[in-house]
Design a protein around this ligand. Structure first.
Ligand code: BG6
Length: 479
């Protein structure tokens, strides 16, 4: 058990919002019920709504699950957890709004502020939180967790950073990208560097292309106001999926320390070319009828402008201009309202130049390594095998490490559990450093501006389909 001796007051700003209710409190409870948080930790929620303590606790309780503790002892944990939760009503923008909170925080405790707020409120809320920061005299720390979006482009992201860095140091800021907390994403570094077999193969000599496929089978689910202002590239590609590319493409760090790992990721980001408009297909979901039910298209969603050109789908090619990857396209395909929900990385190996199994016009298919991030976490390696029988016939079969069976008795933690524990322990490897964020925006800012200035019209695709026509043909360096 880690960190049992530290003392903690954890403050969630935006405590009545979806993120707090659905992700943050359940993750805190999961850690609490396993005894992973400091004893006597308290959880303060601040929001504008008027809520009694009972209503606040009731809201939290609805989303707690007993994944780590048997049902009978879980009730006791829930009761203790809720007793440690306390609500304060307040306006994020005014120092007065923080007065009640300030009077409740304990003097000698570490303070962790979680800004589960829309980004336009970050600077004001951070300034008010800074007014409650520990001054460090008795060794107590103050840390601040931020959720994306970190700006809309390089300039707005820089502005936001400047404002936050007026109140806190870079060391105190924890920029969350929750994909880095996912179990399978944390496994990428292990897969690549703890298994000797992959090391010599991991470059353009053996790898033909890398595909990252991210699909959701739901629309924007009431988040029209936010999504219409950002679109799919800013929502998941510039952050979550780009982070996956860095973990696939980075060289082996000298150590596992936060800066050694983030330096390696930064090298990849800095070697990446800016995305070209010609390498992009954009789409927007349209109305459809599914199982006899009429489903509205994107522009009919609440909060979305009826003439919106915001893409809900994008396919693009990233190029990394270094010796390891110059010839290898990284193809990202991401979309809302598609046929299924999945996130996976597919590493496609090259066909050998000569192979005794090649006939005049056909060679056995290339090997593929597939990393299934969700759902159904697993690692699959497609190999060519002899089909049993008296003739020499070949077929592709899968070596499959499915988490369901390989780790049947293990609870797979939610990303937020892992990330919150890291913040409490001061571990920064899974958080985005300022220079990484800047480099990530540099890759996308020119094309995002070009799309908006030229008012590029996304190609419509039916809700529940496999995306726009133009994005269906393969672009994986066909050999
Ligand atoms: C969020 C995006 O960052 O990630 C959402 O804003 C998206 O649009 C979500 O649905 C996906 O997260 P997960 O963990 O469900 O894959």
């Amino acid at each position: 058990m880690r960190n049992q001796t530290a003392k903690l007051d954890l403050i969630i700003l935006g405590a009545s919002g979806n993120l707090a209710r659905m992700k943050i409190f359940p993750a805190l409870f999961a850690l609490f019920s396993q005894g992973l948080l400091p004893p006597e930790a308290r959880f303060y929620g601040l929001a504008r709504r008027s809520l009694s303590q009972e209503e606040f606790r009731e809201q939290i309780m609805r989303h707690l699950t007993c994944r780590y503790t048997p049902e009978h002892s879980c009730a006791v944990h829930i009761e203790r957890f809720l007793a440690a939760c306390r609500y304060c009503r307040g306006d994020y923008r005014s120092p007065d709004g923080f007065a009640e909170l300030g009077s409740l925080l304990r003097p000698d405790r570490n303070r962790l502020f979680y800004l589960a707020l829309p980004p336009e409120i970050f600077p004001a809320a951070a300034a008010n939180a800074a007014g409650l920061a520990q001054n460090g005299t008795d060794g107590a720390w103050t840390r601040v967790v931020l959720e994306k979006p970190f700006g809309r482009d390089r300039a707005s992201s820089d502005r936001l950073n400047r404002e936050l860095l007026r109140q806190f140091s870079e060391e105190q800021l924890y920029r969350i990208d929750h994909y880095l907390g996912k179990e399978m994403v944390q496994n990428l570094i292990v897969l690549r560097f703890a298994n000797q077999i992959f090391k010599p193969l991991w470059n353009s000599r053996y790898i033909r292309c890398v595909k990252i496929d991210w699909q959701e089978n739901i629309g924007i689910e009431g988040r029209g106001d936010y999504f219409d202002h950002y679109g799919i590239i800013r929502d998941v590609i510039q952050n979550h999926l780009l982070q996956l590319v860095t973990l696939i493409a980075m060289r082996e760090p000298a150590t596992l320390t936060a800066d050694a790992v983030r330096d390696r990721k930064l090298e990849v980001l800095r070697a990446m070319e800016t995305v070209a408009l010609g390498d992009l297909v954009l789409g927007q979901y349209a109305a459809a009828e599914l199982n006899g039910r009429k489903i509205p298209g994107y522009t009919a969603e609440p909060g979305v402008r009826p003439d919106s050109l915001t893409p809900t789908f994008a396919r693009l090619r990233l190029r990394i201009g270094n010796d390891d990857w110059r010839e290898v396209p990284f193809i990202i395909r991401a979309g809302k309202a598609l046929a299924e929900k999945k996130s996976e990385i597919r590493v496609v190996f090259r066909n050998p130049e000569s192979n005794i199994f090649c006939t005049r016009d056909r060679c056995p298919p290339a090997n593929e390594l597939i990393i299934r991030i969700q759902p159904d976490e697993g690692i699959q390696f497609n190999i060519v095998s002899k089909t049993p029988g008296l003739k020499m016939r070949l077929q592709t079969k899968e070596l499959d490490l499915s988490y369901d069976t390989a780790f049947a008795d293990t609870v797979i933690p939610e990303a937020y559990e892992s990330l919150l524990l890291d913040v409490i322990n001061g571990e920064k490897a899974l958080f985005i450093r300022k220079d990484e964020l800047e480099a990530a925006w540099d890759i996308f800012t020119p094309v995002l501006h070009e799309i908006e200035t030229a008012q590029i019209k996304p190609e419509p695709y039916a809700f529940g389909s496999s995306g726009p026509e133009a994005a269906r043909e393969g672009i994986c360096n066909n050999e």
